[in-house]
Ligand binder design. Sequence first.
Ligand SMILES: Nc1ncnc2c1ncn2[C@@H]1O[C@H](COP(=O)(O)OP(=O)(O)OP(=O)(O)O)[C@@H](O)[C@H]1O
Ligand SMILES: [Zn+2]
Length: 610
Amino acid sequence: MGIRNRLETLLEDKRVLVVGAGGIGCELLKNLVLTGFKKIHVVDLDTIDVSNLNRQFLFRREHVNKSKAEVASAAVQKLQPNVNITFDHDSIFNGDKFGISFFKEFNLVMNALDNRSARNHVNRLCLSAGVPLIESGSAGYIGQVSVIIKGQTQCYECTSKPAPKTYPGCTIRNTPSEHIHCTVWSKHCFNQLFGEVAIDDDVSPDLNDPENKTAEEATETMMNGNGHTAMEEGNTNGFHTNGVAAEESNKNTVVPSTRKWAEESGYNAKLIFDKLFHDDIEYLLTMKDLWKSRKPPTPITFANVTDEAQGGGSTEMTDDVNDIMKQWTLKACARVFVESVDALKTRKSGLPEGQLLSWDKDDDDAMRFVAAVANLRAHIFSIPGKSLFEIKSMAGNIIPAIATTNAIVAGMVVVEAIKVLRGRKDLIRTVYINRQPNPRGQLLMDDDPYPPRKECFVCSSDKREVFVKVNLNVMTLKMFKDKVLTGHFSVQSPDVLVATTGNIIISSDPDDDFSELENRTFQENNIADGAVLEVDDYLQDLKFSAVLFHDENQKDSFVVEQDTGAKPGESPTEEEASEAKRKRKSEGEPSASEGHDEESQAKRMRIAAE
Ligand SMILES: Nc1ncnc2c1ncn2[C@@H]1O[C@H](COP(=O)(O)OP(=O)(O)OP(=O)(O)O)[C@@H](O)[C@H]1O
Ligand SMILES: [Zn+2]
């Protein structure tokens, strides 16, 4: 029998699921039908955007705003009319439709997703249903394909993925040293003034900065209104401490939020300018310890920036506020600041009561505001400025999607898929697409799949444990549920009980009212250091223990260690050791263990580029 016939026979009755019909998904669906796959189901929640058309080649201009899953299915059906292709325009998180029994209907699942939580979710369902999964991803010129088979290879979560890049709050609020710190602050500033305010978005000086030994003195100054002109004028300053700082200084003064202050000032752009770039900076200067070994910031006012012709001599700078490729002069930044604050103020006031603006890199006013604010702050801290174009790419975390990388990834997915369906697990490889050929001239590299990690909290057959450091006096059960269980562990419908007492503290049943309990801290619920919580998500068929450790240094934040069973702080972990091994093996190329999501890809790109 020829190879074509053998393939036809093999694929005749195989049913496969493709999750995601974007960049990789379109390539993959085309490859599958051209290879001879006969029964394909595709799930995608999204509709087609104009920006998808340059690489998601199954879509045409007339398809914009239509379902990706539907249009992609119809397009590949045309390529091979005898293919049985079905679709769902829905999120894979929809547990009513896509539960374990749904996954069991397939011989193989292939992910073509773009986010970690959906990948985690499919990983868990495939493990539970006992269906092999092929995971893939790309970021710019690099890509990866790996096969996940329960009990035989590492699952997607055997290695923890690097957390999204975050910066210490005090660096952002007090001592920025890179332009990205100013860009992050600037996005927070947008939220403070016009958008949804997250607890981590505070832009005012941070008195809790561990370096700031003069905090008390500074707090006194602020509370008394001494030496801090704006404070003397009542609420014109709007400088507010975070809750903990206020508590620690034992002065529960209610200090108005930046938003409230801006609203009361009628969003007067020039006043906001002087508060952000002069008054708050003057205030930072009173925290003297911060500037012992750093260059202190230089406050600016709207009047002196606009009166002085700043930066006019530099060829790199422009007064043309429409030039997004060149760095604006300070004067131009001040002008954009006023224009964008005015525009955003008008848009915000036109919204129905209670609605807010949300930051989007493609929203011109929002982007111009962030670029101007970031450069003004950068100037204050003696950090070189950037063009709007550069800031947009940093602020939007943009890694360009490269159609060719997606095509190679999708090709390798099919190669591995056939091995899995032939039952040739001995042939399975993890494949990496490098940014450039390695010293041996290879652009594509492959490696043996790694065996499952014994302590993986998702796929281990015996010990599923994670260690979480939280401040038990600050973190409420609700914060734990939202930030740790959902935000970090991608758990969808958790039931949580305390191992020692058997008390249920979080319930997935919508009829249960746990609101009183959930709004209390762990400490208020008598949950102490070392407590073991049993977490159970019936939708994902996932159970693990979370051991809580009290850490005074965490506020509403947390640290997770889920690796070797070592207590928090003990290192190196087994994962780190095996990652080092992989790095050696791949001769400086990206490591196998890292995920496919934006952050880890960016990290891998850096490694590859170095
Ligand atoms: N929970 C989910 N359920 C179903 N599909 C999902 C889910 N999350 C993401 N997807 C889909 O996965 C696909 C990923 O494709 P891709 O990485 O090319 O992203 P994109 O949104 O099409 O493009 P870009 O992000 O570059 O604008 C998208 O079509 C997206 O809708
Ligand atoms: Zn695992």
